[in-house]
Design a protein around this ligand. Structure first.
Ligand SMILES: [Zn+2]
Ligand SMILES: [Zn+2]
Length: 255
């Protein structure tokens, strides 16, 4: 049984619905013990989501929601971040000054200047750039979880090839070494987006990894819907057991 969710959005990202309150309540109703709010973090190449100048207001609203619920559920403040070298100082500021301790790595754009769109990967060269960005991000030690490692299969022209072998050996070896759990992304299944990828997750079994189901909910009704069970079964079919809660307790700090 899944007892926590560590990938949660809100209306602030401008492509989701529901307030922090709505998501926290949905998690309580699901009987979850832990919830991390991890909306898209502002960065210099972001397309349309939360802006840096909205963070103060965002933070106030989140703090209020947490204060009202913290006796009922363990809540973490976080963000879903892109690894962009120049933004690491900003992410550290959010972590250290504002308590956004649960940073997850979700690479939607890769390359030095975010020039590779991970939803529209065209070739092995881009796949290798993606692996480099993800691994450089993980190596900073700032991230708790690797969100949808297989997001690149949204439009990649084949299911798997030699470039994928190379890229994902690099990624999963790094997750193994740094003990970063890998997400099975329910939102991908829910939207039939090409991820989670059976080929990719089967390949990941060669490494000693821990897996978490990530609802990646953009609607509070998706916090704990039937797709959660489907994601657990999907993983089971390929021989992956998922964790009920974040596996490395010593790394968790309340937001
Ligand atoms: Zn989103
Ligand atoms: Zn994402």
């Amino acid at each position: 049984m899944i007892k926590g969710n560590y990938h949660t959005h809100s209306y602030w990202c401008k492509h989701a619905v529901g307030t922090f309150e709505d998501y926290i309540r949905a998690a309580e109703e699901a009987g979850f013990e832990e919830l991390a709010i991890t909306d898209h973090c502002p960065h210099r190449y972001s397309w349309c989501w939360l802006h840096e100048n909205e963070v103060a207001e965002f933070d106030e609203e989140l703090n209020r929601a947490i204060a009202a619920h913290k006796d009922k559920i363990r809540l973490f403040k976080g963000f879903e971040c892109e690894y962009i070298k120049e933004e690491m100082e900003y992410y550290k500021y959010l972590k250290e000054e504002l308590g956004y301790t649960f940073l997850i790595l979700g690479q939607h754009c890769a390359g030095e200047h975010g020039e590779v769109n991970c939803f529209d990967m065209k070739n092995g060269y881009e796949m290798r750039k993606y692996a480099d960005s993800v691994c450089a991000g993980l190596e900073t030690g700032e991230f708790m979880l690797l969100a949808h490692p297989d997001v690149v299969f949204t439009k990649y022209p084949v299911l798997w090839d030699a470039d994928c072998d190379k890229a994902f050996a690099q990624i999963f070896k790094t997750c193994e070494k740094l003990k970063i759990p890998v997400e099975i992304n329910t939102n991908g299944l829910r939207g039939d987006r090409g991820y989670p990828s059976r080929e990719c997750m089967t390949f990941s079994k060669d490494y000693d990894l821990k897996y978490l189901i990530g609802s990646d909910c953009h609607d509070p009704r998706h916090m704990h819907d039937e797709w959660e069970n489907r994601a657990v079964s999907w993983a089971k079919e390929i021989g992956i057991a998922v964790e009920e809660l974040y596996p490395w307790k010593d790394r968790l700090q309340n937001g």
